[in-house]
Design a protein around this ligand. Structure first.
Ligand SMILES: [Zn+2]
Length: 292
């Protein structure tokens, strides 16, 4: 965090974002899992092929079993996926209307990455709990660490943008704001091969210029419902967990803002996910339809 950011801390609710894909049904082998008929006694080649096939099926069954064991009911998991349109909408009750979530449902969102120091820990904590999230990435981080950004997507998460260099947009001219948006969109496109579906404002500080530009570009504004104010370097896991419990008790669910670029958050995430599990919250993963 640079000095300018530090000065802005008190007003800052860092961005966040979203979602996990709904738990995939476990593939218990159907017809492919049947034992193949015994090999023809006179055709060694045939028998070998069946043996290979059996080994393959066994390996597949073993993988399915492992998945079922790893993502069982003892894990937080991902209850469902909310597929959103690419449109100039705006969500998050901090500033806008609510996503169509039920009480007790949460959306996990992480801002300011990808960070080589911390994002891998976040990805591991999410994978360990079979939970899917949405990452709002800075353009400058996307340019620096595109492979890490793509890893998040490959692991089933979704991604939007979070400006290019995390400025206070309200302090910039209209042209400077638009230039920052343009750069972040280009960084996202370079990393993922398509336009970003969603945008979270740095510090959640919106401007009329960018709201209009995002609307015109069919990019959804992704605000938040609750946060854990995870930007203080000295925060302990216990402090962050207490903040999460308090925010959940107040909001009852919704879009949670966290920061994958923040060391204490990355370290605390296994505990934070356990808090959600212990309190009975269900994870909803946000995804967007692919660009046409
Ligand atoms: Zn941020």
């Amino acid at each position: 965090m640079d000095t300018a950011r530090s000065r802005a801390k008190m007003s800052r609710i860092r961005t966040r974002r979203m979602a996990n894909r709904a738990s995939r049904p476990v593939h218990i082998a159907g017809p492919a899992g049947r034992r193949p008929a015994g090999p023809h006694p006179h055709r060694r080649q045939h028998r070998m092929r069946l043996t290979v096939t059996s080994a393959f099926v066994l390996a597949a069954l073993s993988a399915a079993t492992a998945t079922a064991a790893e993502c069982g009911p003892e894990k937080l998991g991902t209850a469902r996926t909310l597929m959103l349109k690419r449109e100039g909408a705006a969500y998050g009750t901090n500033q806008h209307s609510a996503l169509p979530l039920a009480k007790g449902e949460v959306v996990l969102t992480f801002d300011d990455g990808p960070s080589p120091d911390n994002t891998p820990l976040v990805l591991k904590a999410l994978a360990d709990q079979c939970a899917k999230a949405t990452f709002f990435m800075e353009g400058q981080q996307l340019r620096a660490y595109p492979d890490l950004a793509r890893r998040a997507i490959a692991e089933g998460h979704s991604a939007g943008i979070h400006s290019d260099t995390h400025p206070h947009m309200q302090a910039l001219s209209a042209q400077q704001q638009l230039d920052d948006l343009k750069l972040s969109r280009a960084a996202y496109h370079a990393a993922f091969g398509q336009e970003p579906p969603a945008y979270r404002f740095p510090f959640l500080e919106e401007t009329p210029t960018l709201l209009e530009a995002l609307k015109q570009a069919n990019i959804t504004v992704a605000s938040i419902d609750l946060a854990i104010n995870d930007w203080i370097p000295e925060d302990t896991t216990a402090v962050l967990a207490d903040r999460l419990r308090a925010s959940l008790d107040k909001a009852g669910g919704g879009i949670i803002l966290m920061h994958d670029a923040n060391g204490p958050t990355a370290k605390a995430l296994p505990t934070l996910l356990q808090v959600l599990k212990d309190k009975g919250y269900k994870v909803v993963h946000l995804e967007w339809e692919r660009a046409k």
